[in-house]
Design a protein around this ligand. Structure first.
Ligand SMILES: Cc1ncc(COP(=O)(O)O)c(C=O)c1O
Length: 432
């Protein structure tokens, strides 16, 4: 490797797309070609992602404001100076993945610091590589502790593509793999009566996202999760909150389930699953945190769930820094304030384009913009990209586009995003 080797832009965009198609996934490559998004991500910094080249010959590369953040991976934006400094410091100190079987300084420190932030007595943490694995573990723990098999989840919910996580999701993700497991049952999200109908002594857990992200930023009404908590307590059922997208300050509170959805509704589930933002954008990191009584599952064999690269020591060191930044009350207040501005801006746009937009809803800096139908929803994603905003429609509700900017945005960034969204909305043909 030469000293001047280019890491970003080492080949032309065209060559890289061809290579991706040949060696990664040709169907994905052709999907992006069809929607005219056959472009490659290049340099990125703070809120911005720049493409390597323009979409057409001679066109300038798109410079997009990241309102996708991969569902909250980039809560601190791209290239946060303190995170980079911490990453380099960790490497210089000799940290690596560490041996997953042995006792680890960084894993112990991060778990302790996380326990201090998690609600109630949730204080035990097992590390995983990604959200799917952490959800799998949560469901395994629920089954292990209750000795029951049935899992209740919500229609439209998304928990990942691994075994149990896939089982708890929508049919479209599992049918191809013949994965319609008999013990997994979905109920309509937000409807407490439907849970009452299916809950019984065979149920191990109820697992839900606090706000459905892939499902279209669906927000249940006040009291929904508090009632689920009561039902779970009555029936000896484990309550699992999937806070993979909603946790870590996204709603303006540390946890959506604990004051982020409704300020006065502070529910303590038995298990909280985190991923995405735990990585601080740099290192795969996911956690399954639970109440101490659940630890009993590991009594006879503490090696029942192991993850070789889950909880990398270098990653833990970086995650600790990320947690320190986002858990400050000042930071959370900032998210709340920016969320109010963001919501105000979106509501004004809804008023201006009332023939296109039927609803905007959100909490903190997690927002959904719902269009009159799925076609408009999908086209809006393209319009946004043309107008300089990187965000996309929700996989399980294509009429709704999800906007999750980095939590570090400032008022001038919100104004810029709103003006680009205004432009994106204006690209739809005027109705006669
Ligand atoms: C709410 C939620 N849970 C779980 C997952 C799975 O996480 P991962 O992709 O890291 O396996 C996702 C991923 O998008 C998610 O949005």
């Amino acid at each position: 490797m030469s000293q001047n080797e280019k890491i970003i832009g080492s080949e032309s965009q065209r060559a890289l797309i061809k290579m991706y198609s040949a060696y990664v996934n040709k169907y994905k490559a052709s999907f992006f070609k069809d929607v005219r998004l056959d472009i490659v991500q290049g340099e990125r910094s703070r809120l911005h992602i720049k493409m390597l080249e323009g979409r057409k010959k001679g066109e300038a590369p798109l410079d997009l404001i990241d309102c996708r953040t991969s569902g909250g991976v980039f809560n601190l934006g791209h290239g946060h100076p303190e995170i980079i400094k911490t990453l380099k410091k960790g490497i210089d100190a000799g940290l690596d993945i560490g041996d997953h079987h042995v006792i680890s300084e960084q894993r112990a420190l991060l778990a302790k610091e996380l326990a201090e932030l998690l609600p109630g007595d949730i204080s035990k943490t097992q590390y995983c590589v990604g959200g799917g694995e952490a959800i799998d573990l949560a469901i395994k723990l629920a089954r292990g502790i209750t000795k029951r098999k049935k899992i209740i989840s919500a229609e439209g919910g998304y928990h990942g593509v691994t075994g149990f996580a896939l089982g708890a999701g929508d049919p479209k993700f599992k049918d191809t793999f013949l994965w319609n497991l008999p013990d997994f049952q979905q109920v309509p999200f937000g409807d407490i009566e439907s849970i009452k109908k299916v809950i019984n002594n065979d149920v191990a857990c109820v697992i839900m996202e606090t706000i459905q992200a892939t499902g279209g930023i669906k927000i249940p009404s006040e009291g929904y999760f508090a009632t689920i908590r009561e039902i779970c307590d009555d029936m000896g059922v484990i309550m699992i909150a999937d806070e993979v997208q909603t946790g870590l300050g996204r709603t303006g509170a540390m946890w959506a389930i604990h004051g982020g959805l409704y300020e006065t509704e502070k529910v303590v589930p038995d298990i909280i699953v985190l991923a995405k933002g735990m990585s601080a954008g740099y290192y795969p990191m996911a956690t399954c945190s639970y109440k101490p009584f659940i630890e009993e599952v590991f009594k006879d064999d503490p090696f029942l769930h192991i993850s070789t690269t889950g909880g990398s020591e270098l990653g833990c060191y970086v995650t600790r820094k990320m947690l320190k930044i986002i858990s400050q009350q000042k930071f959370l207040n900032h998210v709340k304030e920016m969320g109010i501005l963001f919501g105000k801006g979106l509501n004004e746009l809804m008023e201006k384009y009332s023939d296109l937009v039927v609803d905007v809803r959100g909490r903190g800096l997690m927002w959904g913009v719902e269009f009159i139908n799925e076609i408009y929803g999908q086209f809006f994603t393209l319009n946004m990209i043309k107008s300089g905003v990187f965000a996309d429609y929700c996989g399980n509700d294509k009429a709704t586009n999800k906007l999750m900017p980095p939590l570090i945005i400032e008022p001038e960034d919100v104004n810029e995003i709103m003006s680009r969204l205004d432009k994106a909305l204006s690209l739809f043909p005027k109705k006669k």
